[in-house]
Design a protein around this ligand. Structure first.
Ligand SMILES: NC(=O)c1ccc[n+]([C@@H]2O[C@H](COP(=O)([O-])OP(=O)(O)OC[C@H]3O[C@@H](n4cnc5c(N)ncnc54)[C@H](O)[C@@H]3O)[C@@H](O)[C@H]2O)c1
Length: 332
């Protein structure tokens, strides 16, 4: 399966194919040096598969976890690229989850004013969502994604076989982004969740979720208008994720935020059942309402005391609503 994404920066292609990591050369011509950027949890066999077909290939491994999306790690990678004399025509490969995609994309966007990078996402979240759309970022002073650019990968190569080694908790939490895409704009995708067919039809789930995101980012790449729809569940989700000191995974927190955006009780119950079927337990989540509102105040999307929320009337029937922090408090 292939998806062409149009971008104001550069158009790019997404390829969804099993065993594609062992034939990256077929999809991109690596002419100069290549550096794979990966983390310590990514199995060595994946790195070897990618390396096998590329002549001048180096590997840079960072610690797993969002703390590697930092200026310190960024500087260390730049130092290594300089040491190895990487030039403008060389290339990076992001081999990992969303953290590695964001970090590698950030390095690629700034090294020698921009070099090529290929994204080979290895987590559900990255295959379903973060590998397209061009957002690359680092965290700084404890604030997530506060330094960033738009810099899409030159190619995105998705091999669902890589998900076999992803821990179950990350696998299911990542799927929440696809559930969100189904609720936003794809009834068929939503039905796959309702009928619990997601695991057996994972390629279709990834393809459909990416198609929803593609349509939205092609209309509003730089997050001025319609792209805000992709934030469904994320305003409360991000605040909850931060206030839990990241004990909750992104997808788990978004699942909670998503439920709060659904007014219709019957639909809310149905989505709740779907989230249960993804082995995500939302029943014991506890939080302090004021601390959630405090985190929302730091949200990049807040405009004075107002914020745009994505509300759900029904499947494929969502709308943006500007509300005050007080009204948000009433929803919690
Ligand atoms: N750029 C965007 O549009 C965008 C969108 C959403 C999230 N993000 C970012 O993505 C990151 C979260 O992504 P994530 O959930 O993939 O987290 P992650 O990259 O930290 O990966 C989760 C865990 O799974 C491990 N892992 C990944 N793939 C594996 C595999 N195939 N086998 C074994 N272990 C594997 C990782 O080492 C890590 O421990 C955050 O930094 C978030 O800010 C970016």
């Amino acid at each position: 399966m292939r998806i062409q994404v149009k971008s104001n920066i550069r158009d790019y292609e997404v390829i969804i194919e099993r065993n594609s990591i062992s034939k990256l050369q077929e999809y991109f011509s690596f002419e100069g040096k290549v550096m794979i950027i990966t983390d310590e949890n990514i199995p060595l066999t994946y790195i070897q598969e990618v390396k096998k077909t590329i002549q001048k290939c180096y590997v840079y491994t960072v610690k797993a976890g969002d703390q590697s999306k930092s200026l310190e790690v960024y500087q260390a990678i730049i130092k290594e690229l300089l040491y190895l004399h990487f030039d403008k025509f060389d290339c990076l490969i992001a081999l990992g989850g969303g953290m590695i995609g964001d970090l590698t994309g950030f390095v690629a966007s700034s090294y020698k004013r921009g070099i090529a990078y290929i994204n080979v996402p290895t987590s559900t979240l990255a295959q379903i969502d973060s590998s397209i759309g061009g957002k690359v970022a680092l965290n700084c002073h404890g604030v997530k994604n506060c330094i960033g650019f738009f810099y899409p990968a030159y190619k995105v190569i998705i091999d669902v076989n890589l998900l076999k080694t992803l821990p179950a908790r990350h696998y299911y939490a990542g799927l929440v982004e696809a559930l969100k895409a189904g609720i936003l704009q794809d009834q068929t995708l939503y039905t796959l969740f309702k009928n619990q067919e997601v695991d057996t039809r994972i390629e279709e789930v990834i393809y459909r979720a990416l198609m929803v995101k593609k349509k939205i980012i092609e209309m509003d790449e730089f997050d001025k208008n319609q792209r805000k729809l992709l934030n469904l569940g994320h305003t409360i989700g991000h605040a909850l994720e931060s206030s839990s000191k990241f004990h909750l995974l992104h997808g788990e927190a978004v699942a909670y935020g998503l439920l709060k955006m659904i007014d219709d009780f019957t639909l809310q119950k149905e989505v709740c059942r779907i989230i249960d079927s993804l082995q995500i337990d939302l029943h014991n989540i506890k939080y302090d309402k004021n601390s959630i509102l405090e985190y929302v105040l730091n949200d990049k999307k807040i405009d004075h005391d107002k914020i745009d929320l994505v509300r759900v009337k029904g499947i494929e029937d969502c709308f943006l609503q500007r509300i005050s922090l007080k009204e948000l408090g009433d929803l919690l």
